[in-house]
Ligand binder design. Sequence first.
Ligand SMILES: C[S@@+](CC[C@H](N)C(=O)[O-])C[C@H]1O[C@@H](n2cnc3c(N)ncnc32)[C@H](O)[C@@H]1O
Ligand SMILES: [Zn+2]
Length: 471
Amino acid sequence: MIDREQIGIRIAALRKKAGWSQQTLAEKLGVSPQAVSKWESGKNLPDIDVFRELAWLFHMTMDSIVEGDLLFTQKSGQKALPPNVEALFPDEERRRLLQSFLPYCSDAELYSIAREISEGSLKLCVQAGITRIDAHSGGKAEERRASIPASILGENTLRETAPYFVKVLGEMMGNAEPGLRRISELLCCPQCREPLTLENRDENTISFHCKNDHSYNVTDGVVYFGSREIPGEQWSLFMKNYQDYLYEQHHPGNPRYQTGTIPCSEVRWQAIKQLRPRVILDMACGTCSGLKYDLQRINWPCLVIMADLSHRILKYNKRYFSEEMANPYVDIVCLACDCTRLPLRDGCIDMVVSNGGFESMQSKMMAGFREAYRVLKPGGHAVYNISIVEDHASENTAKWERLYRTLEDSYHLSEKLFDIREWESICAETGYVSTQTKKIYGELPAPEDDVFPFTNEVMQWMGEYLCISGK
Ligand SMILES: C[S@@+](CC[C@H](N)C(=O)[O-])C[C@H]1O[C@@H](n2cnc3c(N)ncnc32)[C@H](O)[C@@H]1O
Ligand SMILES: [Zn+2]
């Protein structure tokens, strides 16, 4: 849904930033000042031709005005440059360049980049490739490159190229990968709750440690806080190697591994897109089938934390998502830990997601749910599907519930099946100020006989609702 009011607010903000009155903007676009006033108050949208012209005037893409993007959120959510970096750069151009790097690096890192630029040992440019084919000499191609200094790039290009620059800069400076660097500001020691700092002795020995000398290694790309493979859980033991994992991920026959967009992920994506979280935590992520479809669509700087008790799953997630679904805007960090005791500081996460994760936490559903609340920022959101039913009394539901109790592992799928009202009151008790439930699928009819062709049917029946709870 296009949000006219937000678009109006953005147009007004851009106009004011340019120092123009409504009249001036109207003249530039050849429309009446009343038209501008109606856009800004959300009563109307500009015609598409005019909109294109308007975006061009402000050096924006139409999409960034419609969707809102960093250039807007920066004003409110973005940290300023650290003072030691500011001091190095009196000129506005280079400050803009470093400002665009800010979401992707730590202050210390930004300072070392800034220092090298100021000393002249680091030069950043964008390369344009030019090929000219000469028809007279048998189609011989002449190739040339033009280097464009990064400091003269427009804001949109800077925003789009920043993650690419920072990734390579990190590699050149021998730093750990960006996700690990960014998460060090959020981690705390699960034993003493002191902050953890990253120690990066060489490429192969990366660890986090606290001032009391507790330390946690990064193995196979996963930060290790303790792990347990859960017998009987296909997620943790079924996949023996990466090939199995790929096979499962791509298998079209099993409804759990559908490819493409499924309604649940579409509803979740709408929520994610609207809230534009900078840090997302997937609780008991398993194979991360919940967030999977969203990871490639994120086009703002985002740190995604996948947390699960199974180190094995995370190790494959880490590879799968960086090899098959690399997105320069998204840094992925995997934490092997118990999600009822996350190694994360209070209030450091913008959005918690959980795709049937809470209720599969080995009879620790509520503990996990409360922990999610603890790590969320005030104003943050939890977006999750949970095994709730609409109405215990319905025939269909009663049949499903009976079938569900015959399952051997039903004990850890859920301690209790709540209905929507019960669940809303649990959210309120936990401290959430608002909870919305959205129906995803139509009601799944119960099978005629008493067998499940797929255990997944149970999940589909229970996972009918996506909840969005605000802290
Ligand atoms: C059914 S999967 C959840 C589905 C998953 N979100 C997905 O999208 O594929 C259950 C996961 O919960 C994890 N798990 C169970 N108890 C846990 C706990 N206390 N802390 C963290 N993870 C846990 C298991 O290792 C398993 O990977
Ligand atoms: Zn400690």
